[in-house]
Structure formats: structure tokens, C-alpha cells
Design a protein around this ligand. Structure first.
Ligand SMILES: C[S@@+](CC[C@H](N)C(=O)[O-])C[C@H]1O[C@@H](n2cnc3c(N)ncnc32)[C@H](O)[C@@H]1O
Length: 839
């Protein structure tokens, strides 16, 4: 009989590790038996289980040899060595045994270190699908292969055995596991019981009790910061690395959420067959009926038909994802609806289990699974508040077919069920990259590689702050695109939990409940930065005694107006609570809403000048605004002075979201805001208007746009030099304000120029304040002041979808239509629905 190629390959692989073929044979035999001849399991990770099994054999042999040596020592110490020498085989074995006492650990370390880039330990893959049947050994094949070509010896190893002492020992600290026991086939029989039976939070689940084939484990093919060996004696709990968020997001949701089933099927098939799909954890031959408990067959990804994935993060958040492939079901396979699937499962369970709670439900089962996962995590968490989890299944989310599971008010998770896909998707402040692996990308790219110190630091310092800034709403499902990604896309990733990348006092999360889009790529900055030519002279010497309140102390707004207040028109703009005073605010709103009354026209307008097109068109007008002058570091008051509102930065809970009205991304508040509150500044690159003009031209050519704001509130004071005619552009460098959309006339924010460090009036801060009380969840808007008939406006014109009944754009469209209709005698249907729509 021809030698079995797989056997031969196994010998060669072990040979390349310097392992003697006699050891390979017996270990291989055992494994084939245990694994029911499933070669994939044996071959996984370059025959890792085989190597481990060999080491284990050696380990077992060591005590025997030691015992023997000790016995002979007692009888005759001097005779013991010769007696071994007389027996060549025994001597060799003894040598091996001795050698393994010393060196099996380093060998394993070295091997692991070399495999760092490989998928994780096969343990979990195998463990999720262990064989349930026994089979005959492949004796013949083994025999023939073992009598074939001898594996090449390692250099320095004359007898074919590994000479460990020749290999450098890695530092002990590098090793995550204890290194005493190899991951062995014994471990494969272990698992974690995931039933509704709760583990007591005080008793860590150290004794996995699930039989082979009946348990689920998190998919561990994703990379981890610390690849580790799982010592065989240690419980499976150790496999779960709760120190790091596990970024497993298969997100078959894309397929399940919206597309017709036929589309879904083909996409899914491609995905499953593709290399990227590597998270097969449970495979069932009868997945038509859901996940089958018995006869779980380990299989390759290509054969996968049913996946269950669990993922958790350090916060105890759990994601469970089910997916089903049509690969083995035939072309007419259709994914059942969520309700069909649940009903089918419930019927099956009620049929199968003689004693079942009459109120048994699959949803409850899933929640229980999630609870169990969380409890595993909570056992290591002493915080009683976190340990007591409140599952509220009745809470509905906005998404259809969604089940919300809320753990507690501050740290909740969002369990989404939609057509076979169940996600518990939390806000995860520790992940610096999106949680989802995306097609065409190696998962490794997407998992933050934090070392323990960074991780600990974040846990101690950042998480609480970020958690505080979150609301349950912000944990909603985020669907990541499944398209191929470019390097640019990868660069544009924004942390779901904090788009500001930690730059602001508060984290500002983003959500997209509408499309698969990510927020646009830009660099987050909290302070305006000069691009190149803009003249911004911030120097202490320019701030004269009349421009600051050097003799003030404490909180200026509580005492008589200081020099800074004088510059604001004789009194402080802010009241004692830090809100803008009503009268001041109303004046500012009036300027924005009735600009015609506050326009001034420059004699030599920098905007017209910078066009450099020969002629000089007349100035189109600028708004003369009211300024706020805040106290600054040259003042005697402290940082808590009430006249330093914008300097304290963003304090409100905000969220970037994808609007449903076609405006792209927008900014909303997650909490009620009072009238007159500072929200944020418009931050960007400081450009001269000339630079802006040049940039706009270039951008337009490339189909890109600038996000400019003119700092023209003081251009009426005389001739404005080119380098002093400034603007801000937030397209590439900006802050959260770049997401604030326009609303005609009745916007809920008002923009006010604020001077802080430059008394020159040409450079100032462009700050947004609430124009009225704003309720939580309301989108924040400001009136860009666009003339929709002015094609020359520095802001790229768009079709306004502000929904305001005062919408200027719609008015002009309506006017145009009426004229058109009148002239052409054509009929148009107009519908007044959230503003004017043309149908
Ligand atoms: C400063 S950005 C605001 C954020 C933007 N929506 C985004 O997705 O990045 C300005 C752009 O948003 C869009 N936009 C803002 N307000 C809008 C409105 N009322 N209707 C339609 N589009 C709007 C326009 O495309 C505009 O050029």
C-alpha cells in the first residue's frame, strides 16, 4: 500500500522540529483514534496537537524514569549508570526523559513564539467541535510512512532528537502560560457549560462540564495581544482573555438586516467560502433545524454550515452571533426569518427535552447564554453593582426585529436579533479600532495591540469617564461595511466609543443606524491651528492692561464687570451659572436670524480680492456680530472663572449619528441642554481667505470640499490685509462641530465670536451656544447663513433638507416651480411633509 501522504507529512513536520519518528508514531496513532481520523485537527497549526501529544508522552515518561533512577540509586548509585549504559534503548529514553525535565518548556516556548502570527491555539477550534465517534487506527499507513524516508535531523542533533540546550531560552516573562503542561487532547474534551443554569458569581466557573460537542466557545481565531498556551490542567475559563476586548464581529447582519434572501444567500456563500471566514466554531449537519447538539462534526471553513460566535470584552459585554450558510443546503436554501427560526427552535427544544419549562423561549435561552458569559466575567469582578445584572427583555430598540438586553443603566449592552444573527453589541471604550473584521482584511490589523500597562491604565483612568459620557442609546448596533477596504478607509476608522480619540473632556461616540457608512476621515483637533499664511499673533505682550483683568480674583462674573467684561459691551455675557445671559443671547440670535439688518459691506472685500480674476466685484456683505471677551491667563482670576466658558471645552454628552433625512452625518445631544449653554467651538485649520480660495479650487477639481467658516465679524473696522482675513476649514483637521448640519432660520444653536487670547478681533473663536432649551436626542443645528442662490458661496451648495418651515432653499425651489409651472403650464405635485418635498 502506498504510504499515506498525510502521515508522511506529519512525520516530516515533527522531524523538522527534531522529534524522533518513533515518538511520532505512537502519538499519531492515539490522536487519530481520539480525533476519529480527523486530520484537519491534527494538521492544524502545523501539527500542534501532535507535538503537544508527543511532549505529553514524554512528560508522562519522566516520572517513570525518575522513579526508576531513584530506585536504582537506593540500591547502588554507582551501578545505576552502567546499568543504563548496558541498555541502549533505556539509556536513550532516560536521556530524553532527563532532557525533557529540563527543556520541554523552552522548546514549546520557542515553537509558540515562532507561531505568533498564526491563528490561535487549535484548542478552542477543536474544543468547539470535538469528535464523538471512535475509529480504527491507521496502522498500515502509519507503519509504511514510518518506514519511509527518515525526517531530516536538526542541525546539531546527531540522533534526531531535539537538542534543546542549543536553542536560546526566551526570557521567562515572555511567556504567558505556566509552560508546564502542553495543550493536550485532554483539554479538547473540556468545555464550558452554557445553559441557563447560572454559575454563582462568587464561584468562578473553573470546572467546565459540557460534554464534547455540546458546548460553545468563543471563537478564538482572531488575534490576541497575548497568544498563550492553555495548560491542560487549567479550566477553559483561562482561554477567554477578558483582559482585552475580543474583536469578533462577523456581522452577517449586513446580509440579514435588509437584503432579500436571495441576495443574502449568495453573499453569504461567498463569504463562507472565502479565506477570511475563519470563525467556524460549531458545525452541524442539521443546521436547518438550528444548531444541533449531537454529532457535531468538525469541518473546514468551506464546509461550514452554521456558526455560533461568542465574544466578550473586559466590560463584560457579550456578543453572540449566529450565521448559517447555504453552502450545503442547496441553491434553494433560504434563511428563515427570525421568528420562524425561533419558533422552530422552541418546538424542537420542547419536543426534545422531556422536562422543559412550559414558558421556555429561545430568546430567553439566548439571554441566558449572554448572562452566563457575563457571569464568567463578573466572577473576577468584585464590584457588586456590576455583578448584579438586570436583564430587561422588554426594552425595545429602534431597529426592527430587535431585542434589547439592558444590563444596567450606566453600562448597558445592546442585544440585537435579526434574522438569525444575534449580537450583543456594547459600547467598548477600550477598542481603539472598530470591532468588526472586514472583508479583505486580516483580523490582526483590526485589533488594538495594547500591552497590559496600557490596558490597565485605560481601565483605571479612562473607562469610567467615558462610561459616564455614554447613554444607552449610544450602544446601538453598528453595522460595518463588508466591502473591500482601501488603506484610506482603514485610516479613517474612528473609535465607535469616542470619535475625538480622547482629545476632549468627554468621549463622543458615533452611531450609524441607517447605512453602512463610517464617519468621514479627518484629524481630530481641539484647538485651531494655523495652516500656513494666516496671521495669528498670540503673544502675551499684545495683551495690554486694558485687555485683561489682572487684578481680578476667583470668579469674575460674581463681581462687578472687569476689563474683559468691558470688552464684551460693558457686562459679562455669562451669568453665574455659566449660561449666556438672556438679553445677550437674544441679541445674538436676532443678528443670525435677521442678517440683512446687521450686514456691513467692505469697500475692498478680501473675499473678492482673493479671487484674483482681474475685476473686483462688490462686497456681498458680512454680519456685524456681538463679541464675547473671555478672561485669559493674563487675567488674575482662575480657570473656574465663569467668564471662561469656551476654554473649559465640551462638557455635554454628544453623539455623532447618521441622519435619516439625507444630510449625512449630524451631531446630537444625548442629554437635555438648557438655553444659553456653550456646546462646542468650530475648530479647524486657520487659513487666510486667499488660501481658502486656492484650496477650494483644488478640492473642487478633485471632487472634495472644504468646510469653511469665515472669521469676518470684524471686517468693517477698516482695510483688512490678506493675511488677516481669516477663516477656519474643518475638512481635514477639525473637531466635532464639523458634523453640525445647517438649518434655515430656526436652528437650535447660535454662533458667537469669542475672543480669548488675541485682542486683534481678526482672529477669534467661533463658538456655538444653545439658542433654546434642547431635549436629549435632538439634532444640533446652526444656520450656515447660506444664500442658496449664491453659487459663489464658499460653502458648497447642497439641497437643503433641514425640514424647517422657514427653509430658504425650499422656498426658492417652490418659487422656481411656480414660475416654471406658470410658464410651461405643467403640473407639479408638492407635498408638505417635513418641509417641502417634490414628488
Ligand atoms: C459641515 S458639513 C456637516 C456634516 C455633514 N453632514 C457630514 O456628513 O459630514 C456640511 C455638509 O453637510 C450637508 N448638510 C448640512 N446641512 C444640510 C442640510 N440642511 N440639508 C442637506 N445637507 C446638509 C451638506 O452636504 C454640507 O455640505
Amino acid at each position: 500500500m502506498a504510504p499515506n501522504k498525510r502521515v508522511g507529512a506529519a512525520y516530516r513536520a515533527m522531524g523538522s522540529l527534531g522529534i524522533d519518528e518513533s515518538k511520532v508514531k505512537s502519538a499519531l496513532k492515539k490522536l487519530l483514534k481520539v480525533f476519529d481520523k480527523n486530520w484537519e485537527l491534527i494538521e492544524a497549526e502545523n501539527y500542534r496537537v501532535l507535538a503537544d501529544a508527543i511532549f505529553e508522552d514524554d512528560d508522562n515518561m519522566v516520572p517513570e524514569m525518575k522513579k526508576k533512577t531513584r530506585t536504582e540509586d537506593i540500591h547502588d548509585t554507582h551501578d545505576s549508570l552502567p546499568s543504563f549504559s548496558n541498555n541502549q534503548e533505556d539509556e536513550t529514553e532516560c536521556e530524553e526523559a532527563q532532557m525533557h525535565i529540563e527543556s520541554v518548556q523552552p522548546l514549546k516556548r520557542l515553537r509558540l513564539r515562532g507561531q505568533e502570527s498564526q491563528p490561535l491555539h487549535p484548542l478552542t477550534n477543536c474544543a468547539t467541535s470535538p469528535p464523538s465517534k471512535r475509529a480504527k487506527l491507521e496502522d498500515n499507513a502509519l507503519h509504511e510512512a514510518s518506514s519511509g524516508k527518515k525526517p531530516q535531523d536538526k542541525p546539531g542533533s546527531s540522533d534526531g532528537n531535539p537538542r534543546i540546550e542549543a536553542q536560546p531560552l526566551p526570557p521567562q516573562d515572555d511567556i504567558v502560560d505556566k509552560g508546564k503542561q502542553p495543550a493536550s487532547t485532554q483539554v479538547l474534551q473540556r468545555g464550558r457549560k452554557l445553559t441557563s443554569e447560572r454559575a454563582s458569581p462568587s464561584i468562578p466557573s473553573k470546572e467546565p462540564t459540557v460534554e464534547a460537542g455540546k458546548f460553545l466557545l468563543p471563537n478564538n481565531t482572531m488575534p490576541r495581544p497575548h497568544t498563550m498556551i492553555i495548560p491542560k490542567d487549567e479550566p477553559i475559563d483561562e482561554v477567554l482573555d477578558y483582559e482585552m476586548p475580543i474583536a469578533v464581529e462577523r456581522l452577517f447582519n449586513d446580509f440579514f438586516l435588509s437584503e432579500p434572501s436571495s441576495v443574502r444567500d449568495s453573499s453569504l456563500k461567498n463569504d463562507i467560502a472565502g479565506k477570511h471566514v475563519s470563525h467556524v466554531t460549531v458545525t452541524s449537519s442539521e443546521c436547518r433545524d438550528g444548531v444541533r447538539d449531537e454529532d457535531v462534526i468538525p469541518t473546514s471553513n468551506e464546509e461550514a454550515t452554521c456558526n455560533i460566535e461568542l465574544a466578550s470584552s473586559t466590560l463584560g459585554d457579550v456578543k453572540l452571533s449566529l450565521s448559517c450558510s447555504s453552502a450545503l443546503q442547496g441553491s434553494d436554501f433560504r434563511m428563515p426569518s427570525r421568528d420562524q427560526l425561533i419558533k422552530m427552535m422552541e418546538d424542537k427544544c420542547l419536543r426534545s427535552y422531556k422536562i422543559a419549562d412550559p414558558n421556555f423561549s429561545v430568546k430567553k435561552l439566548l439571554r441566558d447564554i449572554c448572562d452566563c458569559m457575563l457571569e464568567f466575567r463578573n466572577t473576577s469582578n468584585d464590584d457588586p453593582e456590576e455583578s448584579s445584572m438586570n436583564v430587561d427583555a422588554s426594552k425595545n430598540s429602534q431597529a426592527p426585529s430587535t431585542l434589547s438586553v439592558v444590563r444596567n443603566k450606566d453600562l448597558d449592552m445592546f442585544c440585537h436579533i435579526s434574522n438569525g444573527s444575534i449580537n450583543v453589541k456594547p459600547y467598548d471604550p477600550q477598542s481603539f479600532l472598530p470591532l468588526a473584521p472586514l472583508n479583505g482584511l486580516n483580523d490582526a490589523v483590526l485589533v488594538s495591540e495594547m500591552d497590559q500597562t496600557t490596558n490597565d491604565f485605560l481601565q483605571n483612568n479612562v473607562r469610567t469617564e467615558l462610561e459616564d459620557s455614554m447613554s444607552p442609546n449610544s450602544h446601538s448596533l453598528v453595522v460595518f461595511p463588508q466591502n473591500e477596504l482601501t488603506a484610506d478607509d482603514i485610516r479613517s476608522f474612528h473609535d465607535v466609543s469616542d470619535l475625538t480619540k480622547g482629545e476632549e473632556n468627554v468621549g463622543i461616540p458615533w452611531v450609524n443606524e441607517t447605512t453602512n457608512d463610517f464617519p468621514p476621515s479627518f484629524n481630530y483637533i481641539t484647538q485651531n491651528l494655523v495652516f500656513r499664511d494666516a496671521f495669528v499673533n498670540i503673544s502675551l505682550s499684545r495683551v495690554g492692561i486694558e485687555d485683561c483683568c489682572s487684578t481680578c480674583m476667583g470668579n469674575c462674573v460674581l463681581s462687578i464687570p472687569c476689563a474683559c467684561a468691558n470688552k464684551t459691551g460693558g457686562e459679562f455675557a455669562y451669568g453665574p451659572l455659566g449660561l449666556l445671559k438672556e438679553r445677550f443671547l437674544e441679541e445674538c440670535i436676532a443678528i443670525s436670524r435677521n442678517p440683512q439688518r446687521h450686514f456691513f459691506f467692505c469697500k475692498n472685500c478680501p473675499l473678492e480680492r482673493c479671487k484674483n480674476d482681474g475685476g473686483l466685484d462688490p462686497c456681498k456683505g458680512h454680519l456685524k456680530r456681538k463679541f464675547i471677551k473671555e478672561c485669559w491667563c493674563k487675567c488674575g482670576c482662575g480657570k473656574q472663572c465663569g467668564n471662561r466658558a469656551i476654554q473649559r471645552g465640551i462638557t455635554s454628552k454628544l453623539q455623532v449619528f447618521f441622519t435619516s433625512e439625507g444630510k449625512g452625518w449630524g451631531l446630537r445631544t444625548l442629554e437635555d441642554l438648557p438655553k444659553g449653554a456653550f456646546v462646542c467651538e468650530f475648530v479647524g485649520e486657520i487659513l487666510s481667505v486667499k488660501e481658502l480660495h486656492e484650496r477650494s479650487m483644488k478640492c473642487t477639481e478633485k471632487g472634495k470640499y472644504t468646510y469653511p467658516v469665515l472669521l469676518d465679524a470684524n471686517w468693517d473696522s477698516g482695510y483688512v490685509k490678506d493675511e488677516e482675513a481669516l477663516c477656519l476649514d474643518a475638512a481635514s483637521f477639525g473637531n466635532i462641530a464639523r458634523f453640525i448640519n445647517h438649518r434655515c432660520f430656526d436652528a437650535n444653536l447660535v454662533e458667537i465670536p469669542v475672543e480669548v487670547e488675541d485682542p486683534g478681533h481678526y482672529y477669534y473663536h467661533f463658538a456655538f451656544f444653545t439658542a433654546r432649551k434642547i431635549a436629549a436626542q435632538e439634532e444640533l443645528t446652526w444656520d450656515y447663513g447660506i444664500d442658496f442662490d449664491d453659487n459663489d458661496h464658499p460653502v458648497k451648495l447642497f439641497q437643503c433638507r433641514c425640514g424647517s418651515k422657514f427653509c430658504r432653499h425650499m422656498k426658492s425651489i417652490l418659487y422656481g416651480l411656480i414660475v416654471f409651472e406658470h410658464n410651461r403650464k405643467l403640473r407639479f405635485f408638492l407635498r408638505f411633509d417635513r418641509g417641502l418635498r417634490i414628488i
